[in-house]
Every structure is written in C-alpha cells, then in structure tokens.
Design a protein around this ligand. Structure first.
Ligand SMILES: Cc1cc2nc3c(=O)[nH]c(=O)nc-3n(C[C@H](O)[C@H](O)[C@H](O)COP(=O)(O)OP(=O)(O)OC[C@H]3O[C@@H](n4cnc5c(N)ncnc54)[C@H](O)[C@@H]3O)c2cc1C
Length: 464
C-alpha cells in the first residue's frame, strides 16, 4: 500500500490503511492525491484565514476549478471530469479532512446546484453555466425560507409569474451558502399558477440579480461559508432559466438536491471527524509526560478514545460510500439521468437521510472526544482542533436537521412514508378527534359555527 504523504514527508495523521480504499477506482485515488496535495500546499492555510476573518474561500474554490473539481460530476463532453457519486463523496470528505470545511460546504452547495441543472439539462443552461465551470464559476442552492426555518422544502416567501415569455421570480432565503459570492443561484419557489405547496418550480438566477449582506454573517463554525440571507426581489429572467418543467420542484428535490446534498454534507462531517482524529494522533503521540516516561498515546484511555472514534467514523464513511454506490448503480455511474416522472437516486432517499443523521451525530461526538484526548492543548487555537470542533457542530443543525431526520425515519417505519406529509396536506383525523373529546357541547357548537363561517367565506363568489 502506498504511503500517504504531506509535503513530501510521511503524513502525520492516519495512513491509507485506515481509509476504505477498495471503494475507489484508481482514477479516484489519483484525484484524492491531488486534493491532499492542494490542501497541504494552500487550502489548509487558507482555512485559518477564512475562520479568523470570516473570509469567503474564493482562492480555495479557484484552486478546485483549476484542477477540474468544480465540474467533477459533469460529463466529459461538457468539460467535466465525468465522475460519479462515490468520487463526489471522496472529494467532499478529503477537502474537509485535510483542507477547509468552509470550502467543502461551499463545494457541496456548488455541486448540488450543478447537478440540479444537469438533471434537466438544456443547451442554453449548459452553455451559460456548465461549460465555464472550471474558470472558477461558483453556484449555490438557495432553498431555506425565513418563514419555515429548517423545513427548507416549504418556500412561503417566494413566487414566480410568467412574464414576457420569461418569468418574474421572487425569493427570500434565510440561509444561502456562498450568499453574495456565488455566480449563480439555483432557487426553489412556488410555481406560476400555484396550486399548493407541493407545486414548486426551480429557477437559476445570476449573481447580479441577488441581494445579499455578506457582512452580516458571523457564526460558531463554517465561518468562511458565508451562509447569510439573500433576496431575489421580483427579477425578470428569460424563459430558458427555468430548470425542468414548471412544477418539477418536488421531483427535482427528491432526485437531485437532497441526494447530492445528503451525500456531500455527510462526507464533510465524516471528513471533519477523520481530520480531528488525525490531529489527536499527532498530538498524543508527540506529547510526553516526563514523570512517568510515557507519551499521552501510551495511556489505554487515550487508545480507547481513538479506537472507538475510528471504528464509529469508518462505519459512517462506509455507510455514505455504500449509498453513493447504490446511486451509482441506479444511474450507470451518473451517466443516465431519469426524465421527469421517473426516479433513480430518489429511491434511496430514505437511506440518504440515515447517512446524514449518522455522520452528523458521529462527528459531534468524535470532535468532543478528540478534544478530551488532546487535553488543554487541543483547546488552544494553534492546534486547529478547536476549528474542527466548531465546524463539525454545524452538522446536526443544518437542514434536514437531525431532529427532523430521526422523526422522518421513525415515522416512516411505523406509519408509512405517506404519513410524512411534507407540505402539511393530510388531515390527521385521530389528532382532531382526540382534541374534540376535550370540548364540551358548548365548545363543540362554537367551533362548528366558526368552521361553518369559514366555509361560507371560502365559497362566497369573489367581489368584482
Ligand atoms: C452553516 C449553515 C449553512 C447553511 N447553508 C444553507 C444553504 O446553502 N442553503 C439553504 O437553503 N439552507 C442553508 N442552511 C440552512 C439550514 O438548512 C436550515 O434551514 C437551518 O439551519 C435551520 O435553522 P433555523 O434556525 O431556522 O431552525 P428551526 O427550523 O427554527 O429549528 C429549531 C429546532 O426545531 C427543530 N425542528 C424543526 N422542525 C421540526 C420538526 N418538524 N420536528 C421536530 N423538530 C423540529 C430543529 O431540528 C431545531 O432543533 C444552512 C445552515 C447552516 C447552519
């Protein structure tokens, strides 16, 4: 097995024998070597600057573009590397582990936006957004809505109307990674002729039409990713900037946005966990207690911490790679996209929820334990561990949050998928009957009168 190197020297963290290399092709291993080299040369140093100064990691993203990674999953005929879901998981994990987690998260959102376009490609979208990717063009996904918080699939502060052969688009987003820095924004709004919150459409908006306040971003971790609010304030766009047919939003979420986001972000959390273990290995094998003549790494307690962290993290990594492989199998390694009305990746969405829950839960625990193993030295900024700890804590709270995910899975297991009711459309008769039992006759009469008045109002002809 080849030795992992760092600036020409043996790597100071865990070697390749602790990486599940059998899931990668030779080409993917070469791509990983390139990424590790870029991290060692420049990206890791830039991570500190982004963290200290809340600076968008522009240079790191340019470096990724120079080496083809901004078009990793784009077919070679459009200038991409033609890679698949496993390669994407490896790339996100590697950038977060050895380089910069803020860059990795901007990259996840970028590839999410690129693949949402590539699910419904047109010549116009490819020429304008896909072919120029490696010149450093950055995209992002803007879904979360100020009115619905982590229910990012429910865009209330948005809308689109047909106008002059194109569309007029309104969108308010409470969080958008690379907000104010991206060149293009893939946004989800309610559809023209909106019929209900499952009737959503997807548009791509150029950076010049997006209002952002990057200076308002300040957070515990991922401080370079600039995930502030943005607004598209009723902007006219050409008809060719709709992505897929009108009303395709829910299908596009299930087939593209969620699968790519969940694989990529889970890989970032796994990369951060491995990166924290790397740092703890370096610290505990170097630090000596002169009184007992032992290194910190010689204490069984510390060995237990590291052993458990490696086993749990490798379980989370292999879970992600396995789901990525399932999506590769369903799409012939990302070379075949299902047409509207058909699904491939979406059939594994309930598996993708599980990988995100696991990876985010694991990384939050592992970074704490690596801090404990490293002692007070780990608490100081110069060892970098505290940045990994802060960055990793974003995993649990990023939508779909771990509270939402465990409920999705538990509810779907117990009550069936239809019980999930993303858009709050299904009447819960059991809950209503239970509440009604608590009312006396007068209370029921009052409620009945209120309901009847609502029905009258709703069925009255609109005033001309
Ligand atoms: C670093 C970072 C980057 C981000 N980047 C992007 C981006 O690029 N694009 C984007 O669209 N969004 C992005 N987001 C937003 C993210 O996806 C969530 O929408 C956001 O974190 C939700 O925050 P909130 O304060 O609105 O949470 P709230 O929705 O107010 O949640 C508060 C609490 O309630 C819980 N909760 C919510 N709903 C339920 C429920 N149904 N059942 C049980 N518990 C529930 C939550 O889990 C949480 O514990 C980003 C977030 C972060 C932290």
């Amino acid at each position: 097995m080849a030795e992992k190197t760092w600036g020409g020297e043996p790597f100071w963290g865990l070697g390749y024998e602790w990486d599940p290399d059998w899931v990668l092709t030779d080409r993917q291993r070469e791509l990983r070597d390139t990424l590790i080299e870029l991290c060692e040369r420049e990206m890791r140093a830039n991570a500190k600057v982004s963290d200290d100064e809340l600076k968008f990691p522009r240079r790191n993203l340019e470096l990724l573009g120079e080496h083809g990674f901004l078009a990793l999953t784009v077919p070679t005929e459009y200038g991409g590397l033609g890679e698949d879901h496993v390669a994407y998981a490896m790339t996100c994990e590697t950038i977060a582990r050895y380089g910069c987690a803020s860059t990795a998260m901007c990259y996840v959102m970028h590839i999410g936006a690129v693949n949402t376009l590539m699910l419904r490609p047109t010549e116009a979208l490819i020429d304008k957004y896909i072919r120029p990717l490696n010149s450093g063009k950055i995209g992002t996904l803007s879904y979360s809505d100020p009115e619905t918080g982590s229910h990012f699939w429910y865009p209330i502060s948005s809308g689109a109307e047909r106008r002059n052969g194109g569309y007029n688009v309104r969108k308010k987003a409470s969080w958008t990674t690379s907000g104010g820095f991206a060149d293009f924004y893939v946004v989800q709004t309610t559809s023209p002729d909106f019929t209900g919150y499952d009737d959503l459409s997807v548009f791509v908006i150029d950076g010049e039409h997006v209002k952002a306040q990057p200076s308002s971003w300040d957070a515990l971790g991922l401080r370079g990713n600039q995930s502030g609010p943005i607004e598209v304030a009723g902007v006219d766009i050409p008809g060719e900037q709709i992505v897929g047919p009108e009303g395709d939003g829910a299908a596009s979420n299930d087939e593209s946005v969620d699968p790519w986001f969940l694989i990529g972000s889970s890989s970032v959390w796994n990369g951060l966990a491995m990166g924290a273990i790397d740092i703890a290995k370096r610290q505990t094998t170097r630090k000596r207690h002169v009184d007992v003549g032992l290194r910190v790494a010689d204490y069984p307690t510390i060995q237990d911490y590291i052993g458990e962290a490696v086993m749990d993290t490798n379980a989370a990594r292999l879970f992600v790679y396995s789901v990525a492989q399932a999506m590769d199998n369903a799409t012939q390694h990302n070379t075949v996209q299902p047409p509207p009305g058909e699904f491939a990746r979406a059939n594994f969405l309930h598996w993708a929820w599980q990988i995100k829950f696991n990876a985010a839960k694991n990384t939050a625990h592992v970074v704490d334990k690596m801090l404990h193993a490293s002692g007070g030295s780990g608490y100081k900024r110069d060892m970098e561990l505290e940045r990994y700890l802060r960055d990793a804590k974003a995993g649990w709270v990023m939508g779909p949050t771990n509270e939402v995910l465990r409920q999705f899975v538990g509810k779907a297991v117990l009550l069936g998928f239809e019980s999930l009711d993303y858009w709050n459309q299904h009447y819960n008769r059991r809950a209503v009957e239970n509440e009604l039992k608590k009312l006396d006759a007068e209370g029921k009469r009052k409620l009945a009168e209120e309901l009847l008045a609502e029905v009258e109002k709703a069925s009255a002809p609109a005033a001309s």
